[in-house]
Design a protein around this ligand. Structure first.
Ligand code: SF4
Ligand code: SF4
Length: 112
């Protein structure tokens, strides 16, 4: 089992989650973060920290696509453990549907 970052992180990237993870298993893309499924210890402390409610346990139904995306992108993106400012339009994009199709970017973020 692992926790996964889901669609509502895209274009928000508040980053509150990275500071609480005891094993530093968040990885940073240009406009979202992912969790490395092989490194996550399923502690669950990040889930309530996310203002966008974009972290879920992979035991929830329908998250297969997100589990796959977290695993693939965690191998391609840099590790991130230090919180920076959210993306400028985070509030406007929080909760907006269809963000994956419109805005997903495979480009890496800055990392630490
Ligand atoms: S706190 Fe939530 S929205 Fe922010 S980066 Fe982490 S998963 Fe994404
Ligand atoms: S569940 Fe725990 S180990 Fe997994 S990403 Fe969240 S804080 Fe890190």
């Amino acid at each position: 089992m692992t926790y996964v970052v889901i669609e509502n992180c895209i274009k928000c990237k508040y980053m509150d989650c990275v500071e609480v993870c005891p094993v530093d298993c968040f990885y940073e893309g240009e406009n979202m973060l992912v969790i490395h499924p092989d490194e996550c210890i399923d502690c669950g402390v990040c889930e309530p920290e996310c203002p966008a409610e974009a972290i879920k346990p992979d035991t929830e139904r329908g998250l297969e696509k997100w589990l796959e995306l977290n695993g693939a992108m965690a191998k391609a993106w840099p590790n991130v453990t230090v919180k920076r400012d959210p993306l400028p339009d985070a509030k406007a994009f929080d909760g907006r549907p269809g963000k994956y199709d419109e805005f997903f970017s495979a480009e890496p973020g800055k990392g630490d």
